[in-house]
Design a protein around this ligand. Structure first.
Ligand SMILES: *C/C=C(C)/C=C/C=C(C)/C=C/C1=C(C)CCCC1(C)C
Length: 263
């Protein structure tokens, strides 16, 4: 009891996480085992475990940074936690059936992508006064991008117009972080470390995120073989999340630590 009280938030989160991981058993649930030649399945395992490790890392490191940076690390940990749980499910479905609909990924994206976008707002809010308009514009761009893509992938709309709506949402986000108010606050008020983190993060949103619309294009608009392109796409999406969720969080962690330790 007493011990429980002195555990930090990070440690408590970690214990729940470990309990959850220990209780998740793909073999028992599906009755099918991962084949050693199933590279897509192996990539699902790798990313699941990397996401669990990152979650533990971000939550524990939260104890190390100054108060105003803690929220940023909490959000990074939540992104990797939500994605990890989601990946356990997609991995099990893949191992059991040899396929996994891309639409499953949208459930994860609908929560994790807005959280990733909030990080731009949070790192600026740690060092300056940021109008809430910045927050809302990032949020609206994200939702337009995801809802557009979903309507196309799930068959509620023709794939091409849905793709264009999604691209417009993404363009709006890019405008905000490269030319809009967020980018101006960064350029005029942020210390050098925050500026370089902001800069790396916006390039991830440009180059790392481009993987998803390219995947959409090859999956629906290029006329490629659906089964083969599904395999490739899953590996590519799985690797993309290492950059877009884990590396993105590590950049934030790094600036949070440097700024917290600055005299
Ligand atoms: C962790 C998951 C991430 C960062 C997912 C990001 C997803 C996108 C950037 C999706 C973008 C799309 C477009 C830009 C056009 C329409 C189709 C989408 C939704 C795949």
């Amino acid at each position: 009891m007493v011990n429980n009280l002195v555990l930090s938030t990070g440690n408590r989160c970690l214990i729940s996480l470990a309990a959850f991981v220990a209780s998740s058993n793909a073999f028992a649930e599906s009755g099918t085992v991962l084949q050693s030649s199933d590279f897509v399945g192996i990539s699902f395992w790798l990313i699941s475990m990397a996401l669990v490790a990152s979650t533990a890392f971000f939550f524990l490191e939260r104890d190390r940074v100054a108060g105003k940076w803690k929220t940023s690390l909490t959000v990074s940990g939540l992104v990797t936690l939500i994605a990890a749980v989601h990946y356990f499910y997609m991995r099990d479905v893949w191992v059991a059936t040899g396929s996994t609909p891309t639409v499953y990924r949208y459930i994860d994206w609908l929560i994790t992508v807005p959280l990733l976008m909030i990080e731009f707002y949070l790192i600026l809010a740690a060092i300056a006064k940021v109008p809430t308009g910045v927050f809302w514009r990032l949020m609206i761009g994200t939702l337009v991008m995801l809802v557009g893509g979903y309507l196309g992938e799930a068959g509620y709309m023709s794939v091409m117009p849905a793709f264009i709506i999604g691209m417009l949402g993404w363009a709006y986000i890019l405008w905000e972080i490269f030319g809009g108010e967020a980018s101006k606050i960064n350029a005029n008020q942020a210390p050098a470390n925050v500026q370089s983190a902001f800069n790396l993060m916006r390039w991830i949103v440009t180059i790392g995120w481009a993987i998803y619309p390219i995947g959409y294009f090859f999956g629906y608009l290029s006329g490629a073989d659906p089964v083969e392109s599904m395999k490739t796409l899953n590996i590519v999406y799985n690797l993309a999340d290492v950059l877009n969720k884990i590396a993105f969080g590590v950049i934030i962690w790094s600036v949070a630590v440097t700024e917290s330790e600055k005299k």
